[in-house]
Write a protein that binds this ligand. Structure first.
Ligand code: ATR
Length: 277
């Protein structure tokens, strides 16, 4: 019997996850179905419980339900605990197991696909919302020299780093939070934009001097060039969008569910061609 999976969000029509998981299933010969499900904003739990009743094996969870997914679960991976949010749920017997594959997806895209090592690097993480929180701990575990979290609302950045400090072995990585003004005079080897500013083409209040020589500028958004990407490109940085992270986080989820790791390069290419990115 075909095992059923889905991605739940609101909105959800734009989600590329079905295309990605269907490509993984074809490639690995796994017999699964995967669909998009729009849950009402106040109906996430109910939607998931109904899917469990129908025999679904798991779901991916996207905006705005990642925190609710974490709350609903009764078993947690360390990555879900680290983020306090889940993008992958697995249903088995009476358990709802929560994972968060976003951070692993980002790290894998940076290290394996873009061939940039994180260890020893000066990292700037821009933003302190759900997207940033999901990747902070996995980035931290990759042992950069430092991670600076910059956010318009400083308190959120401070709260985020305190959580990671409380949960992780410190290592030698220097973790700090700052305002955009405090970035003056600083340069970084890896700059990650985890804000939603690009959604409406808003430029971030950053100077072009933050991009060190051979800098990787990574925008978690994909689909078009954001002002952040343009600024980085104009200042000589290597620029990447979030499509690789999207495919890699899906591959991690697929591996959790099916125990098979799909090849991602061809799928990335396929999705890029389809979207004509
Ligand atoms: P997500 O779950 O996608 O991270 P979010 O939790 O709403 O969404 O967080 C959005 C992030 O983008 C926040 O860090 C937000 O900054 P604030 O915490 O100060 O609100 C940041 N952001 C959004 N628009 C921005 C802008 N125009 N300039 C700077 N930061 C912006």
């Amino acid at each position: 019997m075909t095992d059923q999976y889905a991605v739940i969000g609101n909105p959800i029509a734009h989600s590329k996850s079905p295309l990605i998981h269907e490509a993984f299933a074809r490639q690995t010969g796994q017999d699964i179905s995967y669909e998009r499900i729009l849950a009402p904003l106040d109906g996430f739990d109910e939607t998931v419980r109904e899917l469990i009743k129908q025999g679904y094996k798991g779901v991916n969870v996207t905006v705005p339900f990642k925190f609710e997914a974490f709350q609903l679960a009764n078993q947690y991976s360390s990555s879900a605990l680290g983020a306090g949010a889940a993008n992958t749920l697995s249903f088995k017997n009476q358990t709802i197991a929560a994972d968060n594959t976003d951070g692993a997806g980002l790290v894998r895209d940076i290290e394996q696909n873009l061939n940039v090592q994180i260890a020893g690097k000066r990292v700037l993480l821009i933003g302190a919302g759900g997207a940033a929180e999901g990747v902070l701990q996995p980035m931290f575990k990759s042992k950069p020299k430092s991670i600076t979290v910059v956010n318009r609302t400083l308190d959120k950045a401070i709260g985020m780093i305190k959580k990671v400090e409380a949960q992780s072995q410190f290592g030698n990585t220097i973790l700090s939070a700052c305002t955009f003004e405090e970035l003056q005079g600083q340069a970084f080897d890896i700059v990650i934009n985890a804000t939603s500013a690009g959604l409406n083409d808003t430029a971030l209040p950053i100077l072009n001097t933050i991009f060190a020589k051979d800098c990787l500028a990574y925008d978690m958004m994909y689909g078009r060039e954001t002002p952040f990407m343009k600024l980085a490109k104009d200042n000589g940085a290597q620029v990447a969008d979030g499509l690789g992270m999207l495919v890699e986080q899906a591959a991690e989820a697929f591996y959790i569910w099916r125990g098979v790791r799909p090849e991602t390069h061809s799928v990335m290419q396929q999705i890029r061609n389809l979207s004509q990115l």
